[in-house]
Design a binder for this molecule. Structure first.
Ligand code: IMP
Length: 396
């Protein structure tokens, strides 16, 4: 089976990073990020228990011998990319970046911060505005950023100046205007400084994933965010601007739907959400406090507290149906056992379940929940994590 796709079945933060990491340790040759950008925060604990969080980079950079690839469906902030490359000591033999990936410009960061962060609770990483430019066919692609740097840099500066000159609402708010003027200098320099660091990672081999598949490499597609944040979901506009779905993976990697050999859907045993929008299964403050505390439910990218609620069975059922999920991984089961009263959310209502004392195949309540989830979602197999560390996962 040469390809596996890992996607989130909820609203992001399901623990996809550590599942991808486990598959990197045991299976993958190549790991591909295919959508989103620095809005993601994939947390992984290594063998010594040290915590690592990747944002732009595929989790594959943490494993020796794995090739990481950033595919064209992502949006890339070159300044943050350079910082992460340094942080993880990544060398060009470990990471390839598609030249067709659009870059996030400083002006996209400004727009996100000034216009959308307050409105829909974005991560302010410039994601939505960068995808807007892309679909307007006005992006600077990574290959042009690297190969025609001075021309690209002029366009980046011009876009920032246009923004400062033309955005009336900002001009009238002197505080923000002055802040952006300061930031203008910083961003103009930062983008100049990063070029030499990111340049060696450009690949012009757009056929890499398809040809690796033909050669039989084990290819792991690493989704970010989750199905509930799909730009085409009914929750629009409280969504991200990419497609964390099978469709998104296909468009970005150039693999066909027949070449996605296994779809792994990751879900917490409860649910969390950040940002705006409806959250019907949100639990009462007492339970939320327990989940938040034991689950350390704070955004890996923004540090914002995550709202907590019950596992929404209808939501994951739909996510599995639309993505053809073969296999579910249930995360944070250990956190859930800190609750005395445990519930799920089904058919628009909160329902009690038999208390799970231990996430183990010896606990009849736990087995009955696993069976129920499999049946409802029509999936063949289910795995679960029993703690945050590497190896604390029982594959089904
Ligand atoms: P954006 O992706 O920064 O534009 O944010 C749009 C929405 O998606 C906001 O509600 C964010 O909180 C949410 N979001 C984006 N990335 C993540 C993530 O990795 N985990 C959880 N929520 C996210």
């Amino acid at each position: 089976m040469p390809s596996k796709l890992v996607i989130g079945l909820q609203h992001g933060d399901e623990g996809k990073g550590r599942i991808v990491d486990d598959l990197c340790q045991n299976w993958a040759n190549i790991v591909v990020r295919f959508q989103g950008g620095g809005n993601a925060g994939h947390t992984v604990y290594d063998n010594k228990g040290n915590k690592h969080v990747t944002h732009v980079l595929p989790v594959g950079v943490l494993t020796e011998g794995v090739t990481s690839y950033i595919a064209k469906g992502c949006v890339l902030n070159p300044v943050d990319l350079a910082k992460e490359i340094k942080e993880f000591n990544v060398t060009p033999d470990k990471l390839m970046i598609s030249g067709l990936t659009p870059i996030i410009e400083p002006v996209h960061l400004w727009l996100d911060k000034v216009k959308y962060q307050g409105k829909i609770g974005t991560t302010a990483k410039g994601i939505g505005p960068a995808y807007s430019s892309f679909y307007a066919r006005d992006s600077i692609l990574f290959k042009d950023f690297v190969n025609n740097f001075y021309k690209s840099h002029s366009k980046i500066i011009e876009n920032m100046e246009d923004f400062l000159n033309n955005n009336k609402e900002i001009k009238f708010n002197e505080e923000i205007y002055l802040e952006l003027l300061d930031d203008y200098k910083i961003k103009s320099e930062e983008i100049l400084d990063c070029i030499n660091i990111v340049k060696p990672f450009l690949t012009n081999n757009e056929d890499f994933i398809q040809s690796s598949y033909s050669l039989g490499s084990n290819i792991l597609l690493e989704g970010a965010q989750g199905w509930g944040l799909n730009v085409m979901s009914h929750e629009y506009p409280n969504v991200t601007s990419s497609m964390p779905t099978v469709g998104g993976a296909i468009n970005s990697t150039g693999l066909s739907h027949k070449q996605i050999d296994e779809v792994i859907g990751v879900t917490k045993i409860y649910k969390t959400k950040v940002g705006s929008g409806n959250f019907s299964s949100r639990c009462k403050p007492v339970s939320e406090a327990v989940l938040s505390h034991f689950g350390k439910e704070f955004g890996a990218t923004t540090g914002r507290p995550r709202k907590c609620g019950w596992l929404d069975i209808d939501e994951i059922k739909q996510a599995c149906l639309e993505n053809g999920v073969d296999h579910i991984v249930l995360t944070k089961t250990d956190v859930f056992t800190h609750l005395n009263n445990q519930f799920i959310y089904l058919d628009g209502d909160v329902r009690p379940i038999m208390t799970i004392n231990k996430p183990s195949l010896q606990d009849p309540s736990f087995i009955s929940l696993l069976d129920f989830i499999k049946e409802e979602t029509n999936t063949d197999t289910i795995s679960f994590t029993t703690g945050p560390n590497r190896g604390e996962i029982i594959w089904g």
